[in-house]
Design a protein around this ligand. Structure first.
Ligand code: SF4
Length: 393
């Protein structure tokens, strides 16, 4: 798996704390983007030894806003991947886009397809213009619908749409309309929907607004109710709820993200990108500085790392696995949490047998017949406290 972080946005959304910068040199922008693509290519060349023998099966270009990059810069990166002996016929090749970058012409979409992109993840967040303005998103609801229709018309067969709930200004009625719009998109249902509860991240504009008394977090009861509305609407539309925040039509689970949740290795390129070596249990990350990244000749100087102790690794495994409907091996959870605790969680109904684990997952976990345990979907909303109860100590 390869992840490439594109650290550019045209504007900043108030809730976001991802590392990103707004390019301010419009007249020389393409040169700037090309220099960035060359830097990614150089980092890839320096780190190709970190790949396992097999070629990676997924490529995920995220950000930031990757659709800010012109196709020529993306092409430079893809050429570098090929030049380093990696097969670019990825099983899943995702690019994150902003609807506003899509509607300017079908040519852009065609360029993505020509580069091998076979999945688009589009940040929509809401179909209510008042909420979108409050978030400082640069598109409106009509633009999102138009962009989606254009993607479908151009034959993109795998689209993921991001939505957001649990905002104090978001009434149940408005959330219901957003869900209805998401499920009646021109061109058919999105193959995948990710829906996140708004969280107040340190470093975001929203966090400052909280400190300034300009925003009050949504009540827990509102968040719980809107999450239940989400689960109900998507179930009825035929989606599989395979991770706390993720829903897929049959056979359309996100392969790349599923591999994160199952603890697989991945290589992250770009400023701020994280990598993980599952064999050695080593996590590395690049310094989140575009200026340093562009100036680096040797990228190892930008990287920090930590080796996970066995206890940390166990904790991560529980935290990631129990987010999913495939859950965790029962024997593994008993080893980590203790048999008595697991039995108590089963008695309370906070865990159940993961009976459908082999249905449609493409994760390693689903290929084994060993008994597995998971959090029932009806308790996903309180998963944080259930997971905390399953951790050692
Ligand atoms: S949510 Fe996306 S578009 Fe908005 S600031 Fe964050 S990375 Fe940029």
């Amino acid at each position: 798996m390869i992840y490439i972080h594109i650290p550019f946005c045209r504007s900043f959304c108030i809730y976001c704390d991802f590392y990103s910068e707004i390019p301010h040199c419009r007249d020389r922008e393409n040169e700037y983007f090309e220099a960035f693509a060359e830097a990614v290519s150089l980092e890839l060349m320096q780190r190709k030894g970190e790949f396992s023998a097999e070629s990676p099966n997924t490529l995920y270009i995220g950000g930031g806003t990757p659709s800010v990059l012109p196709p020529s810069a993306l092409s430079t990166i893809i050429d570098a991947i090929k030049a380093n002996g990696i097969n670019t016929s990825f099983e899943e090749f995702t690019v994150e886009v902003n609807p506003d970058d899509i509607i300017h012409g079908g040519e852009y979409i065609k360029s993505l397809s020509d580069l091998g992109v076979n999945r688009i993840s589009m940040g929509v967040q809401s179909f209510d213009d008042r909420i979108l303005r409050w978030m400082n998103r640069r598109h409106d609801a009509e633009t999102a619908k138009k962009a989606y229709a254009m993607l479908k018309e151009q034959g993109v067969g795998n689209i993921s749409v991001d939505l957001m709930f649990g905002i104090s200004g978001l009434s149940d009625e408005t959330w219901k309309k957003t869900l209805e719009q998401a499920l009646s998109m021109p061109g058919g249902l999105p193959e995948h929907i990710s829906a996140y509860q708004l969280s107040i991240e340190p470093g975001s504009r929203l966090n400052e607004m909280v400190s300034e008394g300009k925003y009050l977090d949504a009540p827990d009861e509102q968040c719980r109710h809107q999450y239940a509305m989400l689960c109900d609407a998507l179930h009825r539309a035929g989606y599989e709820h395979y991770e706390i925040s993720n829903f897929a039509l049959p056979g359309k689970r996100a392969i790349h993200n599923s591999a994160y949740w199952s603890g697989s290795s991945y290589l992250g390129l770009g400023p701020g990108a994280h990598s993980y070596d599952a064999c050695r249990k080593v996590r590395t990350w690049n310094r989140a500085s575009l200026a340093d990244y562009l100036a680096a000749g040797d990228f190892s100087g930008l990287r920090e790392s930590e080796t996970l102790a066995p206890e940390q690794s166990d904790i991560e495994k529980v935290m990631l696995s129990l987010r999913t409907s495939d859950g965790i091996s029962a024997a593994e959870l008993e080893r980590i949490a203790g048999k008595a605790q697991v039995h108590e969680m089963l008695r309370l109904g906070n865990l159940e047998a993961a009976v459908n684990a082999a249905d449609s997952a493409k994760t390693k976990s689903s290929e084994t017949a060993e008994p597995r345990l998971r959090i029932p979907e009806s308790r996903f909303f309180i998963s944080d406290s259930i997971i905390a109860s399953c951790l050692p100590g």
